[in-house]
Design a protein around this ligand. Structure first.
Ligand code: ADP
Ligand code: 5GP
Length: 208
């Protein structure tokens, strides 16, 4: 991989963004994952400064006012943001930077840095998506339904990403992302749009 790239990975909650980003980082020393700031509370075994920087609402407000964020957004009722300074430091260290962020953040990064690569992960099916969300067991049933509903909006926004990648078999997902990061694009920008349409249809039917 060529260092100095910004790679955004977005997907509806539960599709596997964190898993894919961690796996990619484990395989590539030149890759760093941007650690976001958030106002939500830590879940499970999450540690401050590792998965996120967990901050109070007032701190987040101060950071917005100071222009500290490259992007920020309200997602599922909490605020999340990427500190501009952190990204600049990683790029200066010669790293590629991987962002596990939502579609609003992806759009903002693309406006600030048009050379950023925006990748949207799709589940292989709605059934598998729900299975992964439930299997993680970190959200209540109400929260899962909320994330599925929000996921439908996110799938729509995924149409405007540079590439769609299906997160079916994890090893294949990683290989495809590695190829994309190297500028190799075997399937092309129109790949998987029919799957995206099918997922939207099925998810809307399930939630109606
Ligand atoms: P996200 O960050 O998109 O919310 P996670 O990375 O937490 O999603 O993944 C949600 C669940 O799905 C986790 O239990 C994870 O182990 C599982 N998972 C992720 N990718 C795959 C995959 N390719 N195949 C099977 N399970 C997966
Ligand atoms: P979670 O609470 O499940 O960790 O993340 C919820 C959502 O917030 C996910 O879609 C995740 O990608 C997104 N997210 C995490 N950090 C950021 C960030 O810094 N900016 C934006 N815009 N979204 C983020």
């Amino acid at each position: 991989m060529r260092a100095g790239r910004l790679i955004v990975v977005s997907a509806p909650s539960g599709v596997g963004k964190s898993t894919v980003c961690q796996r990619l980082r484990d395989r590539h020393a030149e890759l760093a994952i941007s650690v976001s700031f958030t106002t939500r509370c830590p879940r499970g075994r999450e540690r401050d400064g590792v998965e996120y920087h967990f901050v109070e609402e007032a701190t987040f407000d101060r950071m917005i006012a100071a222009g500290a964020f490259l992007e920020w957004a309200d997602v599922h009722g909490a605020r999340y943001g990427t500190a501009r300074e952190d990204v600049e430091r990683l790029l200066a260290d010669g790293k590629d930077v991987l962002f596990d962020i939502d579609v609003q953040g992806g759009r903002q990064i693309k406006s600030a840095r048009p050379d950023a690569l925006l990748v949207f992960l799709l589940p292989p099916s709605v059934e598998e998506w729900v299975r992964r969300l439930r299997g993680r067991a970190t959200e209540t049933p109400d929260e899962i339904e909320r994330r599925l509903r929000a996921g439908v909006q996110e799938l729509e926004a995924g149409r405007r990403y540079d590439r769609l990648v299906v997160n079916g078999d994890l090893d294949s997902t990683i290989e495809e992302l590695e190829d994309l990061c190297c500028g190799e694009d075997r399937s092309g920008p129109a790949a998987h749009t029919a799957l995206l349409d099918g997922l939207l249809f099925e998810a809307r039917r399930m939630l109606s």
